[in-house]
Design a protein. Structure first.
Lengths: 265, 452, 486
């Protein structure tokens, strides 16, 4: 996985899933994100790296309009999902979020059973007609999240009783149960131990075959391991964006170089 | 490890719906969202409008209690009626009862009307004298007994009009209601109209409402809050004296010294449970322990204060403990670090810093204690008390008294509608006290608010 | 020496103790404070404490014990059958005390000499009249036994006063002397004083326990007395409540309990949805500005005394319901009704439910909401399916506490529910509750020792048990719920 030449993947053949241009974000008077242009490809893992407070999480939350829940937040610029502006007046964030799922920094399973956690999304989006279909989605999602074998005998047990790594994989299963096209992950491994981290990283690599994955991470090693494209943010600016291998071996910007060699951050 | 083939079990990828088109389900979900939000708005509007209606009705009914109709006319205090022996001997004077004075007032009032040329066809002398409050003879008698030299003179006398005449001036009594009312006649109302026109019957600020003691069913016009205000004041003073030291001491012990043991747990459980015991139960406690067992006088503000103190103590302890807990441990460490004893640390540093919070909590506790009614009914404070209690240092706290909220209740349970007006008026006075206390608490909090 | 005078003397001795001990401490080190173990003030306080506290404790004990001893001694004046019945005994000794107090007043006013008061006999004329002349009104003529007992009472009380004064003064002076002799540079005055202060703190905090014990004991003893006059099974299971002042009352709890629960149910139907929706709106939808205005306004409702709500029920809500609902639909003609009281109690409880629910909803971590919103749930779906289920135990606790408040509420039901005990389903009928009957049975003019009055204590006991049970359950649920997030 540390191999940076990506087997069986030709970035050039992938179509653009999300293209953002000129995105600006303000929190009250704080200018949190300045004029960001990024294109996110289909079936690719894109990593956002940068020091704390650089705006990478803010940008991630713009992509499924989770920033709407913050009253003081204003977003301008254009973010197109398959050519449609997600900040268009006609767009319902509820529908958007079904297409652009999200996994959070801290595992946050609902205090319900494992089954209900995964079934929650399909239920609210009315994706199934009967229990059998729902069962099928739950099983498929748990399998894809590599959790099925560990929990298949206790689907009725509460989700909060799982270990940290299992909880995070449950949250991933929950997110993919709504069949999203894009999966946003906000530092999904920062609350996990190394073994659980390895499992989740392996999972992300698998998910790439079906989804476009965007991951925010603090760990440069993680970005190098799992992503094909990397964006480096610093003080609200997108400093550099390109293929992961190029960013880590041959950064163009001095700030990027300083960050990946550990001089700023 | 991931079983990609299982993806076959997934329904085929969703049809590519445009984000710009809301599907039916989303529209239904958004409608449900809007409905849900409206439930919240309706709930808030409903509760606030009930509050507004309640306050509105109280002020509509109650403000008129602060105005009172009275009749002004000259009275000649005829010596041969009031002092037949002519000796001005107090014992002799005291033999003339209020009935004698009542007759004198009625007769003089009738004479005065005749002299002024005011008359209404078919009105009886009884109707004429019946326009003046039954409280007037007593007041006139007290004036004469206090100053016998008045006898034989003609004085300007200002008497309350009866509740019905007062109600007529306030619009509560009309010609229609008077026809059905045996306590007032149409002639009296016609006479009242003439008296109003001649400025003999006037309505003015009713200071007696704040100072007079309670009055019987027949004379709502002279019923006042004097005894109730004194009683409430005595009780609040005593409650403050009882609860503040004990509450602070208990809180200091529980927050700073109490070891983790069964006794502490027991105290904690008791405090939280006492805070939720119905207030009437404290009334039963007061009746059984303070009156029947300890033999303290019934209806006294002392017993009322004891009962209310026990009730308020848990609230005050909870507030005080929160204030003490808000003092950061670094302060304690600093004091202990320079060699102060634990006790010195608490009394020299923690307590002064927590004091504003403690006082705020105490004032709010007192404010809720001021409105407490039910336990006071059981210890006899609902009694009809017409004598002012003695001064606080002359054992006044042992004298029978009543309290503001109890007065509200006892007036509300009388039949004459004039008492509903008084009852609402008493609530206005009560609310005024509550507002003052709450504002004081808020100012105190603002003034001393500290962010650690 | 009167108690007041005694207190003054003790106070003087205590202040003297403070001054003397402090001076002696200073003198013992020639003014060099550094050689003292504690600050000089602590020596002073030690003297103050020793001169006052033992004496005050002895005085308090004496005041409690003396009447008991005297009563026991005076029992010999009366035939045994008069003493045995506890209620007759209470009345008898009340008479004795009143006559004795009357004689004291007579002596004080000069209407009798001390000698006369000791030797006056009923045989030579009415004692009642002689006492009435000095303004002491007695209900009935004084019997020879009562008079003799009263005279003995005065004699014993006089001896008691002397004994009391001597004992307390000796204790006070002894404490003072001991404190002065103990004072010296090595004496650890601060530690001693702090021990005493700590004891006072502990004593203060046990008041909560004492209050509970007082509540339980006072209600239990009177309830037991009630059950000796009226069978417990009848009280708990009889379906009729009709007290009769000539005896033969039927005092069944069931109709009162029914009224109480019915009214509480209606109040919960009003307060739970309104309070909950208001809390949800404030916690999840309202902007900060709306919240900062509306939340205090709703809490104003909680600060209004219940008697105000009572008047509102009596004057506004009751007639409104009667004129626009009950009468047009032929459901009743009463302004006071289950509906009136229930609705008004419900309004009273709205802020209680909403502020508790607000706290509980805010305690649900934001990450739960994010998880749900991130999946594309709407806000209301998030609230209904994630936030409320997570907060459910806490909300249940709040609802139980509100129910307990509704059950124990007194003024609103006294003024708005009516006084007729009946088992009925029509919510527009007047019904009555446990609390209403406690008030009416204890504020009436009936004799205290009759079952009609004592039943109030049994009612109070039932009320206490019900509300306490609900509260303990609620606290337990809430505590369990808190552990979930800690």
């Amino acid at each position: 996985m540390n191999d940076m030449t990506h087997k069986g993947l030709d970035l050039a053949t992938q179509t653009a899933k999300i293209s953002a241009s000129g995105v600006q974000v303000h929190y009250g008077t704080n200018h949190a994100l300045k004029d960001v242009d990024v294109t996110i490809l289909d079936r690719t893992v894109t990593a956002f790296i940068g020091p704390s407070g650089c705006g990478k999480s803010t940008f991630l939350r713009c992509l499924n309009r989770m920033n709407d829940t913050v009253a003081s937040c204003r977003v301008s610029g254009q973010i197109l999902l398959e050519g449609e502006d997600i900040y268009d007046r006609r767009v319902d964030p509820v529908q958007l979020r079904a297409k652009v799922g999200m996994v959070f920094q801290k595992p946050n399973p609902f205090p319900k059973s494992i089954y209900d956690n995964v079934a929650y999304g399909p239920k609210i989006h009315g994706m199934t007609r009967n229990k059998a279909e729902l069962d099928a989605i739950v099983e498929a999602s748990l399998r894809k999240a590599a959790l099925w074998n560990e929990v298949k005998d206790r689907l009725d047990a509460t989700g909060t009783g799982l270990s940290g790594g299992q909880q995070q994989r449950l949250c991933i299963a929950r997110a993919i149960a709504t069949s999203p096209e894009v999966l946003l992950m906000d530092e999904p491994c920062s609350a996990l131990d190394p073994i659980a981290t390895a499992q989740v990283e392996e999972l992300i690599d698998e998910l790439r075959h079906q989804y476009s994955v965007v991951i925010v991470t603090h760990s440069m090693q993680q970005a190098a391991r799992v992503s094909q494209k990397t964006a480096f943010f610093h003080l609200g600016n997108l400093v550099e964006f390109g293929e992961t291998g190029a960013i880590f071996t041959n950064p163009k910007d001095t700030r990027t170089e300083a960050y990946i060699t550990g001089r700023i951050g | 490890m991931t079983d990609i083939s299982a993806a076959g079990a997934m329904p085929a990828t969703q049809p590519k719906n445009s984000l710009f088109v809301q599907d039916d389900l989303t529209r239904r979900r958004n409608a449900a969202e809007a409905r849900f939000k409206w439930y919240g708005i309706v709930a808030i509007v409903l509760s606030l409008s009930v509050l507004a209606i309640m306050l509105f009705t109280i002020f509509r009914d109650g403000t008129s209690a602060f105005r009172q109709a009275s009749v002004a006319f000259p009275i000649t205090l005829e010596a041969d009626i009031l002092d037949p022996n002519g000796a001005r001997d107090p014992a002799d004077l005291a033999k003339v009862t209020t009935i004698g004075y009542g007759n004198l007032i009625g007769q003089q009032f009738a004479n005065f009307l005749t002299a002024e040329g005011i008359t209404v066809e078919g009105i009886s002398d009884k109707d004429i004298s019946g326009m003046i409050s039954r409280d007037a003879p007593g007041r006139l008698r007290d004036m004469v007994l206090a100053d016998p030299s008045l006898i034989g003179q003609t004085i300007d006398f200002n008497a309350y009009a009866t509740g019905r005449i007062d109600g007529y001036m306030k619009g509560r009594v009309t010609l229609e209601t008077a026809e059905l009312d045996s306590n007032v006649s149409l002639e009296q109302l016609q006479l009242a109209d003439q008296l109003i026109a001649r400025n003999i019957l006037t309505s003015g600020f009713n200071s007696g409402f704040l100072t007079n003691p309670d009055a019987s069913d027949q004379r709502p016009e002279s019923a006042g809050l004097g005894v109730a205000i004194i009683g409430s004041l005595y009780m609040m003073m005593l409650v403050l004296i009882f609860t503040l030291p004990v509450g602070v001491a208990a809180s200091i012990y529980l927050e700073e010294f109490a070891p983790k043991n069964r006794l502490t747990d027991l105290i904690e459980v008791n405090i939280s449970n006492l805070a939720a015991v119905p207030s009437i139960v404290f009334g039963i406690l007061g009746l059984a322990i303070f009156i029947n067992f300890a033999g303290l006088p019934q209806s006294s503000s002392l017993v009322g204060a004891l009962v209310i103190s026990l009730m308020t103590l848990p609230t005050i302890i909870i507030a005080t403990r929160a204030a003490i807990r808000a003092v950061p441990p670094s302060i304690r460490d600093a004091a202990l670090g320079v060699g102060a004893s634990k006790m010195q640390t608490v009394f020299h540093h923690v307590l002064p810093l927590a004091m504003p919070g403690i006082l705020t909590g105490t004032i709010l506790g007192l404010a809720s204690a001021l409105g407490e009614t039910a336990p006071l009914l059981l210890i006899g404070m609902v009694a009809f008390v017409t004598n002012y209690p003695a001064g606080p240092f002359d054992g006044g706290v042992m004298d029978p008294a009543t309290a503001l909220p109890v007065q509200v209740y006892s007036w509300a349970s009388r039949s004459d509608p004039a008492f509903i007006e008084r009852s609402s008026g008493a609530i206005i006075v009560l609310l005024a006290f509550l507002v003052i206390m709450n504002v004081a608490a808020i100012l105190l909090r603002r003034r001393f608010e500290r962010r650690w | 020496m009167s108690v007041f005078l005694l207190l003054v003397v003790i106070a003087v001795l205590s202040v003297a103790g403070f001054v003397l001990c402090r001076q002696r401490a200073l003198k013992s080190v020639d003014g060099n404070i550094r050689r003292l173990h504690s600050l000089p003030g602590y020596y002073g306080w030690f003297g103050f404490i020793l001169a006052s506290i033992p004496a005050l404790l002895a005085l308090a004990l004496w005041l409690i014990i003396q009447p008991l001893v005297i009563e026991r001694q005076l029992s010999s004046f009366f035939p045994a059958e008069m003493i045995e019945d506890p209620s007759a005994r209470t009345l008898l000794f009340a008479d004795v005390r009143r006559v004795a107090a009357g004689l004291d007043t007579a002596v004080a006013q000069g209407a009798m000499s001390e000698d006369q008061a000791e030797r006056v006999r009923t045989e030579f004329g009415s004692v009642r009249d002689r006492l009435a002349a000095v303004g002491v009104a007695l209900g009935a003529e004084v019997t020879p036994a009562v008079l003799a007992a009263a005279q003995e009472y005065r004699e014993m009380a006089r001896v008691g006063v002397i004994g009391r004064s001597i004992l307390t003064l000796i204790l006070s002076v002894a404490g003072l002397v001991f404190a002065i002799r103990a004072t010296g540079p090595d004496f650890r005055a601060r530690n001693r004083v702090e021990q005493v202060v700590l004891a006072l703190l502990i004593l203060s905090s046990t008041i909560a326990i004492l209050t509970t014990v007082g509540i339980v004991l006072s209600m239990l003893s009177e309830s037991l007395r009630f059950f000796t006059m009226y069978p417990a099974a009848d009280f708990f299971f009889n379906l009729t409540w009709s007290p009769n002042f000539r005896g033969n009352s039927e005092l069944g709890l069931i109709p009162l309990l029914w009224g109480t629960l019915y009214i509480s149910l209606i109040s919960m139907l009003v307060s739970v949805p309104i309070g909950l929706f208001a809390a949800i709106y404030l916690a999840e939808y309202a902007s900060n500005r709306v919240r900062s205005v509306v939340k205090p306004l709703i809490e104003v409702i909680a600060g209004i005394p219940t008697v105000v709500f009572g008047l509102f029920a009596l004057v506004t809500v009751g007639p409104l319901l009667r004129d626009y609902f009950a009468q047009p639909f032929g459901l009743g003609n009463s302004g006071s009704s289950v509906m009136t009281a229930g609705i008004v109690i419900g309004i009273l409880n709205i802020p209680f439910i909403s502020s508790l629910a607000d706290d509980i909803i805010n305690a649900v971590p934001q990450s739960m909401r994010d998880g749900s919103l991130g999946l594309g749930a709407t806000k209301s779906e998030t609230i209904k399916k994630v936030v409320l289920p997570a907060a459910l135990p806490g909300i249940m606790g709040a609802v139980l506490m509100a129910a307990s408040r509704a059950i124990g509420e007194t003024m609103i039901v006294t003024m708005g529910a009516g006084a007729a005990a009946r088992l009925d389903l029509n919510p527009f009928e007047a019904m009555t509750t446990i609390t209403v009957k406690i008030v009416s049975q204890l504020t009436g003019d009936t004799e205290f020792n009759s079952p009609e009055t004592l039943v109030a204590f049994a009612l109070g006991m039932s009320l206490f048990v019900i509300t306490l049970g609900l509260n303990i359950l609620a606290l337990w649920i809430v505590r369990k719920y808190r552990e979930q997030y800690e």
